[in-house]
Design a protein around this ligand. Structure first.
Ligand code: GLY
Length: 405
């Protein structure tokens, strides 16, 4: 192959690499990994055709460690709380680095019940929250409506959780792109076509544009697509699948403000519905949970369900302009928790599988991945999330999170 027609190679394949780390995926998880790694002095390249895209373009941005607590997920709770604890400083630092607001709103959340079944479910959740040492207060329906007068008269009770906040994921993604640029991160704007391996380890990535990028370490942070990057040995591919979520955006005209002063959520007919009011008047209504493969169609049924359930909670929403509909793909993992750390292939690390908690887990993920990439000790709460817990994803003798980097 002549030099002209051959692949464009970044870094000397036989010697020095162009970057210390290649991050595959420029969603919020890849970006925060790149930003934090660059801040620690590493030369980082992000491979993504549109950095700042991905599921964060659709997500509502609830930081719901307490209200999205589930039985059997104590370790995930600890990681979620660790990330929530880091959020104020993380948001302040990101704003300082970029001059951009993030819509980080410490507004709290009210989870309400519409009927006796919902109330029983919420009582169980409340008991679990209290057993887990979390702050959550039971309110009567009247007390709920006193806090949020737009709630339906039929609301039977609720949980006031003042520690579950929100951020605007689009603004977060935009700020992370700028922070990366300012920290010296390079962007290679193409899809990663293939992971390249040699001698039993990852050595780089080939882009869809034919560019060959060489590096000693690759971080796979491709969200829901992480489980299908060509070239990753089958036993190493993370067990991540797409979980579709349809989301609506409405606008609260100034004459209706404040429509809601905090996030309001409920489980209606077994499905989660939440209304997230932004300071700028946007009201985000989410989300369906659908196992539909790679389909991101916004369906009449999805929009109907969300509006129906949201209307039961807050009847006044039918007055609001519906300004946007969308569907995104959560990176679901078998235990609903992320995979953070070395894979079974030397030189390949994973930062994926964040499922319903990608926005919440952004700060701690950046810190954990930067720790792993620089040989520092990651926080205790991250230890259970080594990819090695999935036997099929990682070979038995693969390194643990403690022995990485
Ligand atoms: N954490 C909200 C969702 O995934 O829908």
């Amino acid at each position: 192959m002549s030099e002209k027609s051959g692949p464009h190679v970044h870094g000397n394949p036989g010697g020095a690499a162009a970057s210390d780390v290649l991050v595959v995926g420029g969603g919020i998880i890849g970006l925060v990994t790149a930003w934090r790694a660059a801040q620690r002095g590493l030369a980082v390249t992000v491979v993504d055709p549109e950095p700042g895209g991905g599921a964060a373009r659709v997500a509502a941005g609830m930081l719901a460690a307490v209200t999205e607590l589930h039985y059997g997920e104590e370790a995930l709770l600890a990681l979620n709380l660790e990330s929530a604890r880091r959020y104020p400083d993380f948001a302040a630092e990101l704003t300082e680095a970029t001059g951009l607001g993030l819509g980080y709103r410490r507004c709290g959340t009210l989870a309400v019940a519409l009927d006796a079944d919902d109330r029983a479910h919420l009582r169980e959740l409340h008991a679990l929250q209290l057993r887990s040492g979390l702050e959550s207060e039971w309110l009567t329906g009247r007390e709920c409506r006193r806090l949020e007068p737009m709630l339906a008269p039929g609301v039977r009770g609720g949980l006031r959780v003042d520690g579950d906040h929100q951020i605007d994921p689009r603004r977060l993604a935009t700020a992370l792109v700028l922070a990366c640029e300012r920290a010296g991160v390079l962007f290679h704007r193409t899809w990663a076509a293939r992971l390249d391996t040699a001698g039993g380890r990852a050595v780089g990535v080939t882009g869809e544009d034919g560019t060959v990028l060489r590096t000693p370490r690759v971080v796979l942070a491709g969200g829901s697509t992480s489980g299908r990057l060509t070239g990753v040995p089958e036993e190493v591919l993370p067990p991540v699948r797409p979980v579709k979520g349809q989301v609506l955006r409405l606008t609260v005209p100034p004459r209706y403000a404040p429509f809601l002063s905090r996030t309001v959520r409920a489980v209606v007919r077994g499905g989660h519905v939440y209304l997230v009011p932004r300071e700028n008047g946007e009201l985000v209504v989410g989300a369906t949970t659908e196992e539909q493969g790679w389909d991101t169609t916004v369906t009449a049924g999805g929009v109907y369900e969300l509006l129906r359930d949201a209307h039961e909670l807050v009847p006044g929403i039918t007055e609001l302009p519906l300004t946007e509909t969308g569907a995104g793909l959560r990176p679901g993992s078998p235990d609903n928790a992320p995979l953070l750390g070395p894979s079974g292939l030397e030189g390949l690390l994973l930062a994926t599988g964040h499922h319903r908690n990608g926005v919440l887990l952004t700060p701690v993920t950046g810190d954990v991945m930067a720790d792993l990439l620089t040989g520092a000790e990651p926080p205790e709460a991250a230890r259970p999330f080594t990819p090695a817990r999935f036997a099929s994803a990682v070979t038995a003798d693969s390194p643990t999170l403690e022995h990485s980097a």
